[in-house]
Ligand binder design. Structure first.
Ligand code: ADP
Ligand code: MG
Length: 289
């Protein structure tokens, strides 16, 4: 049976908004050497905003993007759907929408063409290419540290969009406290571009980052980091990495599947609470041994 000291540590953690699904999870956190963090929606706020549209017809490309992103749970999707609504742009009706993890989303237009929105990897898969003007718009957005979305139909790129991604408040302090609690390595894993990851690593003081990762890359890297490894994530794409890690930690603003795959849930999405939980877990382990 679970020692009383562990039960009371779990109860104390729960009062602080950190929900352990088992006493084994509490014990695992006590021994964690590395914590890997997803970027979008985990280190950054779940709310992103559309900052820029570069297109011959901005409203048409936003209407198409919103039609696609209405079917996605990614934080980028919510930024685009909200922007369309705020500008009074009606989303294009599409069918058969399908998320492509680490790439974006695809669906069919009424005319039977394939519409898509996502990153350059998705664009290449669709056999599409940027014009020189679109290419320089994208480069400019990346240089500013914005995440970017390319929207198209079949082999035609209709527009390039920038989305901004504010860090969660207090994140640098929270990561510092996690390291001070004895976690040796804090690493960001992201599907986003290196430029964006670099800017976030700099602002948060993260010791290490890996960018432009597909969900399967995140899985592999989890297995390569100094063990035991905890993974913190929010998205559908993070579920396999959360399950693969020695300890999966989900932020509660994330998707249901992330919370189901995790051993620990951060109820207030507050990474500062994680440092307190590490200290509690370590104290409980010392008392039990
Ligand atoms: P992260 O949470 O680190 O961004 P993801 O695996 O969720 O990692 O996404 C990786 C990349 O795939 C994103 O940075 C984005 O470029 C692209 N992407 C994923 N889903 C979408 C979407 N619905 N719309 C546009 N781009 C997307
Ligand atoms: Mg994410």
């Amino acid at each position: 049976s679970t020692p009383a000291v562990m039960l009371s540590a779990m109860a104390a953690a729960a009062r602080g908004g950190v929900l352990f699904k088992s006493s084994a999870a509490l014990d695992a956190l006590a021994g964690v050497r590395t914590i890997a963090f997803d970027k979008t929606g985990t280190l950054t706020q779940a709310r992103m905003t559309l900052t820029r549209i570069f297109a011959d017809d901005e409203r048409a490309s936003l209407a198409l993007a919103a039609g696609l992103e209405a079917h996605s749970e990614h934080p980028i999707a919510q930024a685009i759907v909200t922007a369309a609504r705020e500008r009074g742009v009606a989303a294009v009706d599409l069918s058969g929408a399908q998320a492509i993890p680490g790439h974006g989303i695809e669906a069919r237009t009424d005319a039977g063409e394939r519409a898509w929105a996502g990153n350059l990897r998705l664009m290449e898969r669709e056999g599409a290419q940027l014009t020189p003007a679109q290419h320089s718009a994208l480069a400019e957005l990346n240089a500013q540290g914005s995440s970017t979305v390319v929207v198209g139909v079949g082999p035609r790129v209709l527009g390039v969009m920038g989305v901004a991604d504010a860090l969660r408040p207090g994140i640098a302090g929270a990561l510092g406290a996690i390291r001070a609690a004895g976690v040796e390595h804090t690493v960001m894993l992201t599907g986003d571009k290196s430029e964006v990851a670099q800017a976030v690593a700099h602002e948060t003081g993260l010791s290490e980052f890996r960018a432009e990762l597909l969900p399967e890359d995140k899985l592999r890297i989890i297995g390569e980091l100094p063990p035991p490894v905890a993974m913190v994530g929010d998205g559908v794409n993070d579920a396999p990495a959360l399950a693969r890690a020695d300890l999966g930690i989900a932020v509660a603003s994330g998707t249901d599947v992330a919370m189901e795959s995790a051993d620990v849930v951060l109820m207030q999405n507050d990474l500062a609470k994680l440092a307190g939980a590490v200290r509690l877990a370590r104290a409980a382990r010392r008392t039990v041994i």
